[in-house]
Design a binder for this molecule. Structure first.
Ligand SMILES: *[C@@H]1O[C@H](CO)[C@@H](O)[C@H](O)[C@H]1NC(C)=O
Ligand SMILES: *[C@@H]1O[C@H](CO)[C@@H](O)[C@H](O)[C@H]1NC(C)=O
Ligand SMILES: *[C@@H]1O[C@H](CO)[C@@H](O)[C@H](O)[C@H]1NC(C)=O
Length: 324
């Protein structure tokens, strides 16, 4: 082994004698390859660290992490799984946006700022370090180190009155806005940035559609993009959504398979949105039995649905590996 490493230039032929931390990329002679890999993983040697490695090795996946706050670490677990889309349910009480699925789940500490805005800002600061090597900066890398151009969709689901709550959301986004991390619309074009905010739930259309410049978007109704809501463009709605069950009924009896009528509806909804340059997401998917859930994910993926709604991040990460 030593001879092979030496031949490959990995061992210092003469000077290396003792194992241990070194500031050289040339490991000492007593180290095995296992030692070297261990050192790279555990030691503070600057040769094995780089500034933007927080999300090192995480491949972004077309997942929408739904009910994020049910997890012990909202946002962080979604990020770790590679979800490109996350959602926060927000409630306005006494001028503060609280995050939770229902009122009894709310606490003083679990705010939109603490659980989403600050963590996302922290990741983006790490992905965009000040560096003497960056001369055409500042950089605008996204949260994923592996695919820095991938935007993170941040859906804000308004649970309290829309007109009263939305201005607080816009205000709460200030730290991300001030750092230049939000996707913007200037009245003509959309300029994609590391975070794309989409208002949903009670978010009023007229506080988004007619407004410019702005750095937030609106969750358009997928089934009526060709009908009542044909005035919705991709500049208003980058991703449209609708409830799966409301469109296709209960598909558990058919083990998640769609019949011809349902398949035609799915195709037409996806095509209508895509023709407008709008991406597609279905929520309220069957989550059990697992075979049915996976069959639905597969059907949606094959139909070119852009974001898969996910309650079980690990389950979807496993499923992702099976996609060709
Ligand atoms: C809102 O403020 C009022 C008046 O200070 C207080 O009584 C109430 O408990 C507060 N509610 C919440 C949810 O913080
Ligand atoms: C677009 O269509 C929706 C649904 O009919 C309507 O509520 C909204 O006011 C329209 N927007 C504009 C700018 O006309
Ligand atoms: C497909 O399934 C739906 C919902 O169960 C049903 O209403 C419809 O009649 C079925 N269509 C065909 C062609 O089987």
């Amino acid at each position: 082994m030593r001879a092979q490493l030496a031949a490959a230039g990995l061992l210092a032929a003469t000077s290396a004698t003792a194992a241990g931390p070194s500031s050289s990329a040339v490991p000492s002679g007593a180290m095995s390859l296992g030692d070297i890999l261990g050192q790279a993983a555990s030691h503070d040697n600057p040769l094995y660290k780089y500034p933007t490695q927080l999300t090192q090795g995480i491949m972004p996946k077309a997942f929408h992490s739904h009910n994020d706050y049910w997890r012990p670490l909202p946002f962080w677990s979604a990020l770790a799984a590679g979800a490109v889309s996350v959602e926060a349910d927000v409630w306005l009480y006494n001028d503060t946006l609280h995050v939770g699925h229902e009122t009894s789940a709310l606490t003083k500490e679990r705010t939109f700022d603490a659980l989403y805005v600050q963590p996302i800002l922290e990741v983006l600061r790490r992905q965009n370090p000040e560096s003497p090597f960056v001369t055409d900066g500042p950089t605008r890398n996204g949260v994923f180190d592996t695919v820095s151009g991938q935007t993170l969709y941040l859906w804000v689901d308004l649970k309290t009155d829309g007109a009263a709550t939305w201005p607080y959301v816009v205000k709460a986004l200030a730290p991300l806005r001030d750092a230049g991390y939000l996707t913007t619309y200037d009245g003509k074009t959309v300029k994609e940035a590391p975070v794309t905010v989409i208002g949903t739930g009670n978010t009023p259309l007229n506080l988004v559609q007619g407004v410019s410049p702005r750095d937030y978007f609106w969750d358009g109704p997928l089934p009526t993009l060709g009908g009542a809501f044909s005035n919705i463009t991709k500049e208003v709605t980058p991703v449209a959504s609708t409830a799966f069950t409301a469109q296709f009924g209960d598909v558990r009896g058919a083990r998640g398979q769609l019949n011809d009528t349902q398949a035609a509806l799915l195709k037409s909804q996806v095509e209508t949105a895509h023709a407008k340059g709008i991406k597609v997401r279905y929520w309220d998917l069957p989550y059990w039995p697992i075979g049915t859930r996976n069959a639905v994910w597969r059907t949606l993926w094959d139909a070119k649905v852009d974001l898969l709604n996910v309650d079980d991040l690990q389950g979807c990460a496993d499923f992702w590996e099976t996609l060709g």
